[in-house]
Ligand binder design. Structure first.
Ligand SMILES: NC(=O)c1ccc[n+]([C@@H]2O[C@H](COP(=O)([O-])OP(=O)(O)OC[C@H]3O[C@@H](n4cnc5c(N)ncnc54)[C@H](O)[C@@H]3O)[C@@H](O)[C@H]2O)c1
Length: 337
């Protein structure tokens, strides 16, 4: 039985604690946080857990694997230490705060022969997996574009802007569906509340196989939207993660150009076919994700969101940030992080 420890017990860590406790595939034995109150709270909730205030002490214990749910700027150091101590590592998204650091973690995991997985939870969510099947089977036709809206009155982060917090989800979904990285990207955003961090941003990507994608993310919006539209030449899909019963709707709709009958004439024909909402499993993505991590440790298979995948997501963010506008500075070409 794999023994697992959890580092970081802030907002997200307790969700990982819940699923680590729930799954019979591991023995959840230890937790670590710099904040003693958070340690005390979780060890009261799960009395068999051993609590540590220092990561080094948790890594000295007999855990085989660790899950890291600490602020983004700490991921690289903590993951590196854990891999050097021979632990399998699950790191919450994004894998690191720069592509160079993320790639280094990926290489290190191979050198020490340990599983490294990034916590891109949406890649394990049944609706996202369903769209991946539709894209892969070709039933949508040629993909034209994909648009994402992920906005609400969000939880402002102290250390990162809305792109590093929310757009990471959409980029992970894009890379999973398309199985390729963008060739061009740019972004446009504004820091409305905190003057140094964007709380609203638009990102645009172009992919080598043809489709373009837009990602809108905001912490400053009155309504919660989690809406994605995938438009193919044959079918269109709307994925609404806030819809309790019909998260995916597949539309047999499109517009075709009819061959001209006379010189200079062209006509459009609109296809207004049926809409189908497939039945989807209701399993919690976070549980599927953690069980996938444990299975990869057991079998040696490569995680779906392995170190390379995590690093590719970070690289796409950096690509969009390198060519980025803000209204206060009309054209700003950012340094690579
Ligand atoms: N997969 C998802 O859907 C999802 C959702 C939310 C957050 N996250 C990710 O989870 C991670 C944590 O986010 P959060 O909102 O919980 O942050 P948070 O600030 O609420 O909590 C972080 C915790 O880590 C602890 N910590 C910091 N440095 C530490 C160290 N060196 N050793 C031990 N403990 C340390 C802090 O004391 C704090 O309790 C981030 O990477 C975030 O992107 C993922």
């Amino acid at each position: 039985m794999i023994k697992v420890g959890l580092i970081g017990l802030g907002y997200w860590g307790p969700n990982l604690a819940r699923v680590l406790n729930q799954t019979p595939r591991c023995e959840f034995t230890a937790v670590c946080d710099l904040d003693p109150r958070r340690l005390e709270k979780i060890t009261r909730q799960y009395p068999r857990l051993k609590g540590y205030g220092r990561v080094e002490d948790l890594l000295d214990s007999d855990v085989d694997a660790v899950a890291i749910a600490t602020p983004i700027g700490t991921h690289y150091d903590l993951a590196r230490k854990a891999l050097h101590r021979g632990k399998h590592v699950f790191v919450e998204k994004p894998l690191a705060d720069s592509t160079a650091r993320a790639r280094e973690l990926d290489i290190l995991s191979k050198v020490v022969d340990r599983t490294l997985m990034t916590g891109h939870t949406f890649v394990f969510s049944p609706p996202v997996v369903k769209v991946k099947e539709l894209v892969g089977s070709g039933s949508l036709g040629d993909l034209q574009y994909i648009s994402f809206s992920r906005v609400n009155l969000g939880l402002y982060q102290k250390d990162v802007d809305v792109v590093w917090d929310l757009a990471v989800h959409d980029i992970s979904i894009l890379l999973y569906w398309l199985e390729e990285s963008p060739v061009q990207a740019c972004s446009f955003g504004r820091s409305c509340v905190q003057k140094t961090k964007r709380d609203i941003a638009y990102l645009w990507f172009q992919f080598p196989s043809g489709p373009i994608a837009s990602v809108e993310v905001s912490w400053l919006s009155p309504q919660k939207l989690r809406r994605t539209c995938v438009v193919g030449s044959e079918r269109m899909v709307v994925y609404d993660d806030t819809d309790p019963s019909e998260k995916i709707k597949i539309y047999d709709r499109g517009v075709n150009l009819r061959p001209p009958e006379t010189f200079g004439e062209y006509q459009l024909s609109y296809r207004m076919g049926d809409m189908v909402a497939p039945n989807l499993a209701n399993t919690e993505p976070l549980l599927i994700e953690i069980e996938h991590f444990l299975q990869c440790i057991e079998t040696g298979e490569t995680p779906r969101t392995n170190g390379k995948f995590g690093a590719d997501v970070v690289a796409a963010i950096e690509m969009a940030n390198q060519f980025s506008w803000e209204p206060e500075t009309p054209l700003l070409v950012r340094e690579a992080v």
